[in-house]
Design a protein around this ligand. Structure first.
Ligand SMILES: *[C@@H]1O[C@H](CO)[C@@H](O)[C@H](O)[C@H]1NC(C)=O
Ligand SMILES: *[C@@H]1O[C@H](CO)[C@@H](O)[C@H](O)[C@H]1NC(C)=O
Ligand SMILES: *[C@@H]1O[C@H](CO)[C@@H](O)[C@H](O)[C@H]1NC(C)=O
Length: 586
């Protein structure tokens, strides 16, 4: 069943940390959904009880809508049953979110309806001053006071105003919980995580958020600060956000992670605190950054995520940085005492914490850094997609004048044209190439029974030798093609969370030091309760990919005919269909 597959996939992820609870089944949610929303649902006709609407603040706009007549009078621009092609967001498809069990209110997140059709995005005037975005830890108290005032001003706007903090927070909810449906494919969701939309969507979100802040502050050049958790000086929650009398404070956070606690970029809810010293943690974080930005991110799909086109199930696969540290920083910040690690640790509520915006500003900066590193080091794969289905996909935002604007991915690719840049922090992790550990694969070739796939990964690690179709490729060949390990046919019954680590050339994986190079990737999958109330899980079938070019060079194993792959179970039960090496070009 198509829907089942889509739901299953969204709970699974080929690297650490989809602990960030993805639009979970709404079985126990207050707003119960047992079937698909009717096609005609839109922000105007949606029939939540009035009391709930009043709570959620959507009410004022309900009356300004045209209702069903307006809907039939202006059919969706894209016609029916779109297969392939760009994903085009239509505000009229917005309806109830699919929330996880026991969510915190409000329970509705569509934007107010616009009285007019969306206008197309236009670039800002090139004469506009360039906004210089600086790190929170170095931008200075005066500038942070401005960000604080901007948040206070947004919070003071009525919830019906699309520029209010309430509505800004809801943007994230609407695009991440299946509130929007695909034009012409009403049974399919628009979702901007776990696919190639992760960076451009969030860039546009932050772009308008920054301009709204500037407008409210009456300071045209105002630039949003970023939380640079990837450099040692920024690796804690900025203290300004921990001041309980500041508008930047959010009580729904993990109290154990208040500053000066060093952030754990591999934080996983099930594993809890790793108890590293601050220095060890910083070093491990830098290695994580290196792996996710360079070693494992050699191709557009590996960095950005998998293509997602009209007519396809959402969340085909996340890029490296989205999985971690993006997801892990979300989870690390959220409150584990809440049912879904609210606010930051779950999609629907993440935007309610004022740290969300500086966090995503840093993600935006890392996109720029990834391209810059590619250009300066000659990494040919560090380039954006040129696929028109990506470039022409579009999302809707309200701008600083409260006009509804249609933004395409194409509009968001050049930050100079968007009139901002990043300054004030380096990328020290480019030098944090993880160390290798000696003598962890000395048993290679000995006492190895041949592994017969599929195997069940329960509590014992499984090691297999995987044959490489080609060895010692030339530098030129490696520039053109990435060698990729595919872990195929990953199956779980969905009843519990699953995590396993993938080690390369490390049969003695326990000896690999934290952040060590042999620990190539992790797979993490959420439990996925079935909607039928039986307490059983929904079966999950997926795969993951691990980039090998640089890894094998680091391990001095580029001439080997086989790669030793050790799958180490950490949590839950999972079946593995097979291991295979392929060469990818993009
Ligand atoms: C907006 O952009 C679309 C896609 O490029 C185009 O078809 C449409 O005519 C534009 N609308 C206006 C009002 O310019
Ligand atoms: C906390 O925030 C309040 C309100 O902005 C401010 O007056 C106070 O000085 C801040 N306290 C500290 C320790 O920064
Ligand atoms: C960290 O310390 C806590 C409390 O002492 C302990 O429960 C936990 O197991 C430790 N974590 C690890 C990864 O050792």
């Amino acid at each position: 069943m198509k829907r089942g597959e889509a739901m299953a996939r969204r709970h699974c992820a080929p690297v650490v940390a989809c602990v960030f609870l993805l639009a979970a089944a709404a079985a126990a949610a207050t707003v119960v959904y047992t079937a698909f929303p009717p096609v005609s649902l839109n922000p105007c006709t949606y029939s939540l009880p009035r009391a709930l609407l009043a709570v959620s603040g959507v009410d004022p706009y309900i009356v300004s809508c045209g209702g069903d007549d307006a809907l039939t009078a202006s059919p969706l621009p894209d016609g029916k049953n779109n297969i392939g092609g760009p994903i085009v967001t239509n505000i009229r498809t917005c309806s109830k979110p699919k929330l996880p069990p026991n969510p915190l209110p409000p329970f509705y997140c569509c934007p107010p309806m616009s009285a007019s059709e969306p206008i197309n995005f236009t670039l800002p005037d090139p004469a506009e001053p360039l906004r210089v975005r600086r790190p929170v830890h170095a931008v200075g108290a005066e500038h942070m006071a401005k960000y604080e005032r901007a948040i206070a001003l947004m919070k003071a706007l009525p919830p019906s105003d699309p520029r209010s903090f309430y509505q800004q927070a809801n943007i994230h909810c609407a695009y991440c919980t299946g509130s929007y449906h695909q034009n012409g494919n009403p049974e399919l969701d628009v979702q901007i995580h776990f696919s190639w939309f992760f960076y451009p969507f969030h860039r546009a979100y932050i772009y308008f958020f920054e301009r709204i802040a500037a407008k409210l502050l009456d300071e045209p050049g105002f630039a949003l600060p970023f939380w640079s958790w990837d450099v040692p000086e920024g690796m804690q929650l900025p203290p300004e956000f921990a001041n309980a009398s500041s508008p930047l404070y959010d009580p729904v956070r993990n109290p154990r992670h208040a500053p000066p606690k060093v952030v754990d970029l591999e934080f996983v809810r099930e594993q809890g605190e790793n108890n590293l010293t601050a220095d060890q943690q910083i070093q491990q974080n830098l290695r994580v950054m290196y792996k996710q930005m360079i070693g494992n991110a050699a191709l557009p799909t590996l960095f950005h995520g998998q293509p997602f086109r009209a007519g396809e199930a959402d969340q085909p696969g996340a890029g490296t940085v989205e999985m971690f540290p993006h997801n892990t920083v979300h989870t690390w910040t959220g409150d584990m005492a809440q049912p879904n690690v609210e606010n930051m640790g779950v999609y629907y509520s993440a935007g309610r914490d004022p740290t969300f915006y500086p966090h995503h500003n840093n993600i935006d900066r890392l996109w720029v850094a990834w391209r810059d590193i590619g250009a300066s080091r000659g990494y040919r794969g560090h380039v954006d997609f040129t696929d028109p289905d990506w470039l022409d996909s579009s999302f809707l935002f309200y701008d600083e004048e409260a006009r509804l604007v249609r933004v395409t991915v194409r509009d968001m690719l050049d930050i100079e044209k968007l009139r901002y840049r990043f300054e004030g922090v380096g990328t020290p992790w480019v030098d944090a190439r993880p160390p290798t550990t000696t003598d962890v694969n000395s048993k290679k070739g000995l006492l190895m029974k041949s592994v017969r796939f599929p195997v069940s990964l329960d509590d014992v690690a499984v090691t297999a030798e995987v044959r490489r179709p080609r060895v010692s490729r030339s530098r030129r060949e490696k520039e053109v093609e990435e060698e990729v390990l595919v872990v195929e046919g990953i199956e779980t019954d969905g009843a519990e969370r699953v995590k396993f680590d993938v080690y390369v050339n490390a049969m003695d994986h326990e000896k690999v030091e934290p952040g060590g190079r042999e620990m190539a990737e992790s797979f993490v999958c959420l439990s996925h309760p079935r909607m039928d109330g039986t307490g059983k899980g929904m079966a999950i079938k997926t795969s993951m990919r691990v980039a090998l070019n640089q890894l094998l060079e680091d391990l001095g194993a580029d001439g080997d005919e086989t790669v030793t792959v050790t799958l180490v179970p950490r949590h839950g039960q999972v079946k593995i269909g097979g291991l295979r090496i392929v060469y990818m070009v993009e």
